[in-house]
Structures are given as C-alpha cells and as structure tokens.
Design a binder for this molecule. Structure first.
Ligand code: HEM
Length: 333
C-alpha cells in the first residue's frame, strides 16, 4: 500500500462532479501490479476531490448503466450463472448489499427484514418490492438478476473449498477484456493465468491467501485500470468483434482526447456473513483523457505511467498500439 500524501488542488472545487469523484488510481509516475488492498469505505482523497465513502457507489450514470446491463443480459444469457451450491451465497449478497445501500442512501432507499421476509424500496427507480430470502420465485427474475438491477457493479461469488477460491456464480456485463462464461467453475489461480508477471512475483497466490483468511463480514477494496475507446461498458471477449478494431485507429483520430477513456475498476472483496462465500464486486468508472487533463497532477502522472509501462503489461491491457499517442498528448498540455 502506498503512503504518498495526496493534496487536493485548490481549484478543484470548480471541476464537475464526474472529475471530483473519479477514483484516479495512480499515486506516483510508475505503475506495477501489486495486491494493493485496503479497508473498504474509507474516503480516499485525490488531487481533484475524493471517492470511496460507500460500498455501493451510485452516480449520474446509474439508470443508463442499468438499462445497458439489461440489454446485454437479454442478448446474451451466458453473462449470468449460479452453480446450484451458490444459491445461499446469492441471497447473502443481496441482503448484505441492499441493507448497506439503505444505510448509505436513506433519502432514496429503504430495507427492512423480519425473519426471511424483506421489504426494499428504491426511490431512484420508483420501486417497492417484498421478497422472501431463500425463495427464488419471490423475485421475478431471481435474486441475482434482481441485485444486478439495483447496483452498477458487476457481481462475482467465489466458493471457499479445499483452501482455494472457486468462481462459481456471478453476473458480469461490463468485463474488461475477459469472459465470465469461460471462467465460471475455474479457481483463482486458473482465472489469473493470462496475467503477465504475477506468477513470478507470487502476487496472486499471496492475494488468495489473504482472501481465504478474511473473516465473515470483513470488507476490503482495490483498484485496477485499463483504457477503453468510447463510453463502452461491455468490453467482454464476447463482443470483441464490435470494439477490438477501435484500438488500431484511435492513435491517429483527432478526437482521441474525447474518445479515449481511463477505465478504473473499484473492486470490493467481501467475506459474506452467513454463507462464508467471497463476494467480489467490480464497479467500472470511465473518464476521457480530455477530463484527466483538467487536473494537472493527473495529466502528468498518467502521461508518465503510460510512457513507462513495460511492454508486456501494455500488451496484456490491450493499450500497446495507442499508449504513446495518449502519453504524448497528456504530457504536451
Ligand atoms: C487481492 C485480490 C486480487 C488481485 C491482487 C488481483 C490481481 C489481478 C491483476 C494484476 C490482474 C491483471 C489486470 C490488468 O492488467 O488489467 C487481474 C485480472 C483479473 N482478475 Fe484479479 N485480482 C484479485 C482478485 C480477483 C478476484 C476475487 C477475481 C474473481 C474471480 C478476479 C478476477 C480477475 C479476472 C477475471 C481478471 C482478467 C483475467 C483475464 O485476462 O482473463 N481477481 N487480477
């Protein structure tokens, strides 16, 4: 974990909210993989503002992203899957997160549980429902699809057995260049097999040991980043033919600063209190380079990170063909 002190720019109050609350991930001018976990729900200051006070973050894109998710799910049912032994974990995730949202957003959300009967109100969707924990038919599309209609995060549930984590359930519509359908049933090491460097550096095996030791109810978080062309949330392997070719044309595109986005995932790691499963939430934030450049410290750090990033990491992230153009643009401002 970094101990770098971040000072908020005195002009930051004038910036729009999308910039002030963006989880800018770079503390210094270089970036390497690390476990980088820290306790959840701690406000993290940045040079433009802060982020991270709430477990479930709701922003201006809430309704649009949920509509986008519904479209993806209707087109491709492989984005959601629950292996039968994970049903209790799904209910555990649902009740844990709805209750947390009601605490964090009391003006718009309400959750009450009496025995197994729960009441949920979401003013942002004009929604009031009652359901029974453990009875999948008490929610029209089942508990996981329902949870996916209330939060912007992608949802993954890992079973803990044989001292190993297994990806045995989830709803993932906004994957950054991977396939949920392909990974279902795999264990933590198998899932991370394509990532360069992490095996030699033992990052993944150490991270797994850390996650296996989490106590019920404990919540941590980390960030990860890549880049995306356009405000495209669904950059899964499944839709690669729709977005892959943009990577080879963006460097010459005069609209690059508006089209090219820093894509930051705020990932939460939660040991669920009743089932003991590990809940992994991935919340995706996109900000165009043009906005990054409005914060002088961000412009400089991101420009330097992109210039210095080793080729194998840039290749894996899919940014190798345009990272120099992006870095040159940022550093020339
Ligand atoms: C402390 C915990 C974790 C660490 C340190 C970690 C580390 C990493 C790193 C370094 C990458 C490469 C990212 C990039 O270059 O953009 C990655 C990718 C990935 N991680 Fe994790 N991760 C963690 C937890 C998890 C969990 C709980 C899951 C749930 C299944 C997960 C699923 C993935 C997937 C699916 C990818 C993409 C792999 C691919 O290209 O197919 N990670 N992770």
């Amino acid at each position: 974990m970094s101990t770098t002190i971040i000072e908020t720019d005195p002009d930051a109050a004038l910036l729009p909210e999308r910039i002030r609350r963006f989880p800018f991930p770079f503390a210094t001018d270089t970036y390497r993989y690390s476990a980088n976990v820290e306790p959840a729900t701690k406000t993290a200051p940045t040079e433009a503002g802060s982020w991270g006070a709430h477990l479930v973050d709701i922003d201006e894109h809430y309704l649009d992203e949920l509509a986008e998710r519904a479209k993806v799910l209707n087109r491709d049912p492989s984005r959601v899957n629950v292996l039968p032994h994970m049903r209790p974990a799904v209910w555990d995730a649902l009740t844990t997160l709805l209750s947390s949202m009601a605490d964090d957003y009391p003006d718009t959300m309400f959750f009450h549980r009496e025995g197994n009967v729960c009441q949920w109100k979401n003013g942002l969707q004009n929604l009031e429902v009652e359901f029974t924990v453990g009875d999948d038919s008490s929610l029209p599309e089942g508990p996981l699809r329902f949870l996916g209609s209330q939060i912007q995060d992608d949802i993954i549930l890992l079973d803990v057995r044989e001292d190993t984590l297994w990806l045995d359930a989830g709803l993932v519509t906004f994957a950054a260049d991977w396939s949920f359908g392909f990974d279902v049933g795999m264990n933590f090491l198998e899932i991370h097999h394509p990532v360069p460097r992490v095996k030699e550096e033992r990052i993944i095996s150490r991270a797994e040991q850390f996650l296996l030791r989490l106590q019920p109810g404990e919540q941590f978080r980390r960030t990860n980043w890549t880049m995306t062309i356009g405000r495209r949330m669904d950059t899964s392997t499944e839709t690669y033919p729709e977005w892959g070719r943009d990577r080879s044309t963006i460097a010459e595109d005069p609209a690059m600063p508006e089209k090219l986005h820093l894509r930051v995932e705020v990932q939460h790691l939660i040991r669920l209190p009743h089932s003991g499963a590990l809940l992994f939430l991935v919340r995706t934030h996109l900000l165009p380079l043009a906005d990054i450049a409005r914060v002088p410290a961000w412009r400089e750090k991101m420009g330097n990170v992109l210039a210095e990033l080793p080729d194998d990491m840039a290749e894996y992230k899919g940014i190798i063909r345009y990272r120099k153009a992006a870095s040159d643009w940022l550093l020339a401002r």
